[in-house]
Design a protein around this ligand. Sequence first.
Ligand code: 8OZ
Length: 375
Amino acid sequence: MSRLLFSPMRVGALTVPNRVVMAPLTRNRAPEAIPTPLMAEYYAQRADPERGAGLIVSEATAISPQGQGYADVPGLYGSEQIDGWKQVTRAVHARGGHVFCQLWHVGRVSHQLLQPDLGAPVAPSAIRANTKTYLIDNEGQGGFALTSEPRALHRHEIPQIVHDYAAAARNAVQSAGFDGVEIHGANGYLLDQFLKTGANRRIDDYGGSIANRARLMLEVARAVCDAVGHEHVGIRVSPVTPANDIVDDDPQPLFEHLARQLAPLGLAYVHVIEGATGGAREVEGRPFDNARLKAAYRAAGGRGAWMANNGYDPALAHEAIDTGRADLVAFGRSFISMPDLTERLRRGGPYQGLDKRTLYGGGAAGYTDYPALAD
Ligand code: 8OZ
């Protein structure tokens, strides 16, 4: 095993000090969708260029009120939210770190209680996702609830959603001080819903063929690149995840088409969740060749970093980087319990486990109180 994991890498306009990325992680600690000083502390703890993440990707952040699907997740469409995020990016930069903002529209994975005017969540088609969202009641008690029945977006509503992504990207980079944005195209949320046959039964030019199902994600990617510059834009996809009840009939050609169409944009990186998000790296009944996806992207002229995620242990992370299978490896849960994960990888441990009870909602416990190594 080499030291390549701890070597610098170009990511768009940035040079990051190591190949260890903090993956986006929903933590439900932003009441009113506004980032707090506690969040700034949490991210700064993980931002040290030697001991922490070479690049942090923020928790998923709603581009609009309609794009919100869980209680107390942050947004980036209003001035208070921008001001809240400014504290976060300042704290990260003060530590010498780098941070991208993950831009999120949940589509059908929402609840009427979270939607503007208590309306139905929006989706490509009126098909409910058999999955749960997270709500917090007036007493501050959190719990999971089934998603509400969605309604199909009208064709004329789609340009507004593209516009909302671009506006949120501008807010992130030009106002809140992020180094870039990551388009959340994964895990059964809106863009993934448009991509995949299990959620998209549209008969207009956003449904049916692969080209049509990929249209919204490509329009969003181009609009966000126009808004903040392609070197400040990454995208995250999850070809075969079953997360949030999503499925596609034939993901390999779908994602290779998407990769070929993304290639000319000059993105900073492509971030791939390999397998089932937070679970198995191979999904039963859903074969997928990640190497072929990357090859299709490169063959079409796609440059930028290739970021791999899901179920990486230290040995697999070294293997991915040393063989060039990936340029960056993103760790999620490990970064929750180990703010200095990169230093621990460098030393070969010790590794520290996670308390699952404090993942969603709450305060400092299980959030900013995981200790770093003493020296
Ligand atoms: C866990 C809980 C809520 C949301 C994702 C944004 O899966 C999420 C998420 C994860 O991408």
